[in-house]
Ligand binder design. Structure first.
Ligand code: ZN
Length: 68
C-alpha cells in the first residue's frame, strides 16, 4: 500500500502498515520482494513477506498533488 508520511511517499506493509520502502511520486513497482520486520502492538512480529506492487492506479484522485 502507498502512504504519505510527512510529505514523503512510502510503500507500507499491507499487514501492519510499517514503512518499508520510500517511493517517488508516481512510482510503479512490480516484482520486488520485501519482508516486513515490523512489530505489532501486541508484541508479535509482523513477518509479512511478499511482492511490492504499486500500480499507476494507486496514484489517483485521492492523492492529486504528487510532490516530487
Ligand atoms: Zn508488517
Amino acid at each position: 500500500m502507498v502512504k504519505e508520511v510527512d510529505g514523503r511517499w512510502w510503500y507500507c506493509c499491507p499487514r501492519c502498515g510499517k514503512k518499508l520502502n520510500p517511493l517517488r511520486a508516481g512510482a510503479v513497482c512490480r516484482g520486488v520482494l520485501a519482508r516486513c520486520r515490523g512489530v505489532r502492538r501486541d508484541g508479535s512480529r509482523c513477518g509479512w513477506e511478499g511482492e511490492m506492487v504499486v500500480e499507476p492506479g494507486d496514484w489517483t484522485l485521492e492523492q492529486p498533488s504528487l510532490p516530487a
